[in-house]
Design a protein around this ligand. Structure first.
Ligand SMILES: Nc1nc2c(ncn2[C@@H]2O[C@H](COP(=O)(O)OP(=O)(O)OP(=O)(O)O)[C@@H](O)[C@H]2O)c(=O)[nH]1
Ligand SMILES: [Mg+2]
Length: 314
């Protein structure tokens, strides 16, 4: 499953502009609040100079960068926000470019909208569960007080991020997801400017940005990785050289499973290389010869920048 992020914001905050910066999809941007109720969906590819360097030394025919699925939701009604139940993180875009804009206030309002959507979501579940509880299913009955407590928490205007106890697995709330705030404007990420720069080379684009700022895609990619605790590992072959995302702390077996469940099933050993060693020495073989390959078992904890070759019987 690809990593997924949802973009939310008040009307005209620049959601679709940001969506286009990230995905280069060219979705329609309007100066008025758009009337559509269709979400834009696209993929943002995360560029990584390590991947390019690896691909070059192994003469890869195909380079596959890590990618994030991006969903741009046009409004803040509970039904529309329901599009976001599956996402891993939420990008909250607030207007920081219009004259007289109040990004901090907008963020408070936006968070309230998310809380209201969660309140509706929990309320619906509570209605359903209360009915079912009458028939006497003990598990269902036990859920009722938990839902009531959750509802009170949300009605007090608090996000579920502040909820210390477990959330029933049947619920898919929004306010327990990591929320990354993007102020759209000169003091945050200038999405309009970024959109004008998407087709330029990194060097050319850098001249238009504030000193030392990275692209919108790089900044958001980085923040997403930090918020979700993700790392990148590589597989480097002539046919395909690829970057994969993984939760930090995952094992070699989990890495194998993210490539293909068959590879996990037939797992024998993981050959582990540092990406830099392969780039410096020119190949897996040369890195092995220099004693820089390690053979690890299923429980090895994969590190950011590892280049893996999973020996398997698949
Ligand atoms: N000056 C300036 N204008 C921007 C910026 N970002 C977006 N805009 C303009 O603001 C308007 C709305 O941008 P959109 O990206 O469509 O905003 P949205 O949040 O998707 O709007 P809805 O989907 O209609 O709610 C457009 O006219 C954009 O060109 C920015 O960073 N600076
Ligand atoms: Mg839009």
């Amino acid at each position: 499953m690809a990593l997924e992020v949802g973009i939310v914001g008040l009307p005209n905050a620049g959601k679709t502009t940001l969506f286009n910066c990230l995905t280069r999809m060219g979705a329609e941007i309007t100066a008025y609040a758009s009337q559509t109720d269709k979400a834009n969906v696209g993929m943002a590819t995360i560029t990584d100079p390590r991947l390019d360097a690896l691909a070059e030394v192994v003469s890869a025919k195909k380079i596959t960068p890590a990618a994030v699925r991006v969903v741009d939701v046009p409004g803040t009604g509970p039904a529309l926000l329901g599009n976001l139940r599956q996402v891993d993180a939420i990008l909250a875009v607030v207007d920081g470019f219009s004259p007289g804009c109040t990004p901090a206030d907008d963020l408070v309002n936006l968070e309230l909208e998310l809380i209201v959507a969660d309140r509706d979501h929990v309320e619906k579940r509570l209605e359903r569960v209360s009915k079912a509880a009458k028939s006497g299913d003990a598990k269902v009955r036990a859920e009722v007080p938990v839902l009531e407590e959750l509802l009170a928490h949300l009605e007090a205007g608090r996000p579920l991020r502040d909820w210390a106890k477990e959330i029933p697995p049947e619920l898919e709330p929004l306010t327990n997801k990591p929320l990354l705030v993007v102020e759209n404007g000169p003091n945050g990420i200038d999405c309009q400017l970024e959109l004008e720069l998407v087709d330029m080379s990194e060097e050319d684009a850098a001249a238009f940005r504030n000193e030392g700022s990275a692209s919108a895609l790089q900044q958001i990619g980085q923040r997403l990785f930090d918020a979700l605790g993700l790392i990148v590992f590589f597989t480097a072959g002539e046919k395909e050289t690829r970057a994969w995302t993984l939760r930090a702390g995952s094992t070699a077996l989990e890495a194998a499973d993210s490539i293909h469940s068959d590879i996990a099933r037939g797992f024998i050993r993981a050959e582990v290389y540092g990406w830099e060693d392969i780039v410096r020495l020119g190949s897996h073989t040369e890195a092995s010869r220099a004693g820089l390959m390690r053979l690890e078992g299923k429980t090895y904890v994969v590190q950011d920048g590892d280049c893996l070759n999973i020996r398997n019987s698949a």
